[in-house]
Design a protein around this ligand. Structure first.
Ligand code: SAH
Ligand code: DHB
Ligand code: MG
Length: 220
């Protein structure tokens, strides 16, 4: 089935996601520099952008930058006076992202903040950088429960919190899994189930990135 998912993604890209030199080069340069291909797919990037637009987002927080591919999709949803802060632990990823964001002409509205997110999130809170209208969680999966807790703190009623890679080929239902990532995702789901401050759901996805999914949580 994986080949079919990828072929259908290509069909959708051909119709709905026109070639874009800035986004295409961001992926090419990231790949050439040996960064992992953990970016969202083009249809997923556009999906995130449309969500941010629907949200009318003026301030966006991203946790997990990589080469800035999803960052560019999201930042392009912002008005001219909008702001996006993206958190990245690896210096070479942050450097690649800054170059890609500069080529996109987005350097004045995007800040790439280097450091482990568990350290930079409290900094943002101390600086009163929030509240953010849209928060995309896409970094190390074992930390998802911590990131969700910080996302709530940095949100306002009506904020949207989106979390990537929450299905992981269906492994999410493997109660015997010893994977810290799966544990992090399952723990996050338990938090969502008990958290009265959000209304959440998860959509499973297939495509060029395999079988995975997004959670969206709206702050009440
Ligand atoms: N959002 C990107 C993909 C992010 S991949 C896109 O779709 O284009 C996950 C990124 O999270 C990697 O670059 C990885 O270095 C970063 N990361 C991993 N652990 C982290 C941590 N503790 N704090 C911040 N970033 C982290
Ligand atoms: C991984 C991380 C991601 O954010 C992603 O979209 C795909 C894979 C990973 O760590 O394996
Ligand atoms: Mg991801």
């Amino acid at each position: 089935m994986r080949e079919t998912w990828a072929a259908v993604d290509q069909y959708l890209v051909d119709l709905l996601v026109p070639p874009d030199p800035v986004l295409d080069m961001a992926l090419q340069d990231s790949h050439a520099a040996g960064l992992p291909a953990h970016n969202v797919s083009p249809p997923q990037g556009k999906f995130l952008q449309i969500l941010a637009k629907i949200q009318g987002a003026r301030r966006i927080l991203e946790i997990g930058t990589l080469g800035g591919y999803s960052t560019i999709w999201l930042a392009r949803a912002l008005p001219a006076d909008g702001r996006l802060i993206t958190l990245e632990a690896e210096a070479d990823h942050a450097d690649m992202a800054r170059a890609n964001i500069a080529r996109a002409g987005l350097s004045s509205i995007v800040e790439v903040r280097l450091g482990k997110a568990i350290d930079t999130l409290p900094q943002l809170a101390a600086e009163n950088a929030g509240p953010f209208d849209f928060i995309f969680i896409d970094a190390d999966k074992p930390s998802n429960p911590d990131y969700f807790t910080w996302a709530l703190r940095l949100s306002r009623p009506g904020s949207l919190i989106v979390i990537d890679n929450v299905i992981r080929n269906g492994e999410v239902i493997d109660v015997t899994s010893s994977s810290p990532s799966i544990y992090g995702i399952r723990r996050l789901n338990e938090m969502l189930a008990a958290e009265l401050r959000v209304s959440a759901t998860t959509i499973q996805t297939v495509g060029s990135k395999g079988y995975d999914g997004f959670t969206i949580a709206r702050v009440r």
